[in-house]
Design a protein around this ligand. Structure first.
Ligand SMILES: Cc1ncc(C[n+]2csc(CCOP(=O)(O)OP(=O)(O)O)c2C)c(N)n1
Length: 361
């Protein structure tokens, strides 16, 4: 009996090692064995499903994509841009489960909102891509007539059975593959190409140019309060102005997240870093890691200029991140980061351009 148990343990251990060991380090025999575990082809949408999506999407007036963590594959950001540029008028709502999913300078950008947004209530077609909670039904819900499609690696959310989205089609696929497929399918079909090049779509594109009005209205929110108190929006607008354009923003701003997202308006791949989980306290450690990573990349590329990493964090959340360890490590290993703590009480902003850079070099 003890012998058998040891056998089982050894077998289990070998299996675990197989999972853990990188393929390139394996012998051919082990590679073959591991291929059984790893060689899953990228999931894509079946062609007939793709046709169904697009047939139903043809007649819609206000198509909307809601995403959350599609940018865990950065290539998906470019795929979404390509699709939103092909299907003019398509808009995208980011629910902030990951890095920047869509650049703020694209006219289809609706910003970062989770739980509720007006666009969800008015749209007639929603494609949910890699998003766990596209809306909170007690706060906002789509019209009954809206057609909903879902593409996700786990579209049924089998591990989080909290609420179900009444999608007419749910498809297991890698978001980047699926989005590229849809864009290619449109391009390969002369009929659909005609549809998306029609005047209706051109008009929708013109309507999207109201994006600049949206940006102006966001900018208008950035006013300082009485007695020199400052709002999160005002502070973030200043930060955006002070920091170099290629700054990385690690954001754990809790209730101020929308205000921060509205002002930082990330446009570069991976520039806005968020965590999909609900456990607070990750951002300080992540800011150090991001700084290490960007400096390592600069070293490899032999680039002298160092990119800045700015962490924006709520005051309660700041304490969850064990600041004493973080700044000891930052100092001990020379990993400079800037931390902005939002304390919801206001303060006096007196940073000048250059001060921020001085802080983290
Ligand atoms: C590890 C962990 N503990 C507790 C919570 C519950 N929680 C959510 S928001 C929040 C308050 C965060 O405070 P603060 O960072 O000051 O943000 P704000 O008050 O601006 O929302 C807490 C305790 C959590 N999400 N994760």
């Amino acid at each position: 009996m003890p012998l058998r148990r040891r056998d089982r343990t050894t077998r289990q251990l070998r299996r675990e090692l197989n999972y853990a060991m990188p393929i390139r380090m394996s012998t051919r025999g082990r590679t073959n064995a591991m291929a059984a575990h790893f060689a899953l082809p990228p999931h894509c949408i079946a062609r007939d499903r793709c046709e169904i999506y697009l047939r139903r999407a043809r007649s819609c007036k206000e198509p909307l994509i809601i995403t959350g963590y599609s940018s865990r594959n950065h290539k998906c950001v470019n795929a979404l841009i390509k699709l939103a540029t092909t299907v003019k008028g398509l808009r995208l709502l980011d629910t902030g489960g990951c890095d920047t999913c869509f650049p703020a300078n694209h006219p289809g950008w609706l910003g970062m909102r989770f739980g509720a947004d007006l666009a969800i209530e008015t749209t007639d077609l929603i494609l949910i891509v890699d998003c766990d909670v596209p809306w909170i039904p007690t706060r906002c819900r789509p019209q009954k007539s809206a057609r909903i499609f879902r593409v996700d690696i786990d579209p049924l959310k089998q591990l989080m059975p909290l609420f179900y989205v009444p999608a007419v089609q749910k498809c297991i696929a890698y978001s980047c593959t699926a989005i590229n497929q849809v864009a290619s399918y449109i391009k390969s079909s002369p009929e659909l190409t005609d549809v998306v090049s029609s005047n209706i779509f051109a008009d929708r594109w013109s309507l999207l140019q109201k994006h600049s009005e949206k940006i102006a209205s966001l900018d208008a929110q950035c006013v300082s309060g009485p007695n020199n108190t400052i709002s999160a929006a005002y502070l973030c607008k200043k930060l955006k102005y002070l920091a170099p354009e290629d700054t990385f923003w690690v954001v754990e701003a809790a209730t101020n997240t929308f205000a921060v997202a509205d002002q930082i308006r990330a446009t570069r791949l991976g520039q806005w870093i968020n965590c999909g989980g609900g456990g607070l306290g990750w951002s300080s450690g992540v800011a150090l890691s991001v700084k290490l990573a960007v400096d390592a990349i600069a070293n490899v590329a032999d680039v002298k200029k160092r990119k800045m990493v700015v962490q924006i964090v709520g005051d309660g959340t700041f304490h969850f991140s064990v600041p004493s360890s973080v700044y000891w490590i930052s100092d001990r290993y020379d990993i400079p980061i800037v931390t902005i703590v939002l304390n919801n009480e206001g303060g006096i902003l007196s940073l000048e351009k250059g001060d921020l850079f001085a802080l983290c070099t």
